[in-house]
Design a binder for this molecule. Structure first.
Ligand code: SF4
Length: 189
């Protein structure tokens, strides 16, 4: 069994909605994404997981390109009360727990994962940024968009849903990993 098959078998035990394997070169990065964060996101410049704390897009891209492959996956949860921000954030907490489990499995397989997830970090009631260093760096997963990743392009490429409906909460993770043999095997069929 290849490493990607092993991973597929592992994630099939969990409520992962959709997933795909890509190479980092297939992911588009663009400074305009963080311009949207700047204009539209209330969390801009408020968290260690977000821009500008995560660093320039060129650096993020260079960091991601060092890896051999990436697992992109989503989870979806039906919301009883779509207007409740609390309920929506609770689904993010569940998504991040699952992301940590998948990443732990990758670590155990020697894949040295690097994790990005949707949106800002919700681990603490109030982020220590910028006065204190991150209190829980082991579960600080930088925001996908803050790294300049054009998620709409990536999801289209992966044939994954970007939006479903207001009462379905959809979250994403991208877990980069090191393993040349595995990814080559996957793309060569
Ligand atoms: S773990 Fe806490 S301190 Fe660290 S980025 Fe997240 S919210 Fe901020």
């Amino acid at each position: 069994m290849s490493l990607t098959e092993e991973l597929e078998e592992f994630i099939s035990r969990f409520p992962v909605y959709q997933y795909a394997f890509v190479t980092p070169e297939q992911i588009h990065f663009n400074d305009s994404v963080v311009e949207i964060c700047k204009r539209e996101c209330p969390h801009y410049n408020t968290s260690w997981a977000c821009y500008p704390a995560v660093g320039k897009v060129s650096k993020s891209r260079a960091r991601c390109l060092k890896y051999d492959g990436a697992l992109v996956f989503s989870t979806v949860t039906k919301l009883d009360n779509p207007d409740s921000r609390r309920d929506r954030l609770e689904t993010k907490t569940q998504h991040e727990k699952l992301t940590g489990i998948v990443a732990d499995q990758m670590t155990g397989m020697g894949l040295r994962p690097y994790i990005l997830t949707s949106d800002y970090c919700t681990n603490c009631l109030r982020c220590g940024f910028p006065q204190e260093y991150c209190r829980h760096p082991e579960v600080l997963y930088p925001c996908i968009e803050s790294n300049g990743i054009v998620m709409s392009d990536l999801l289209e490429f992966c044939k994954m849903d970007n939006y479903m409906s207001d009462d379905l909460s959809l979250w994403f993770s991208i877990i980069f990993f090191e393993d040349p043999a595995s990814i080559k095997e996957h793309f060569n069929g």
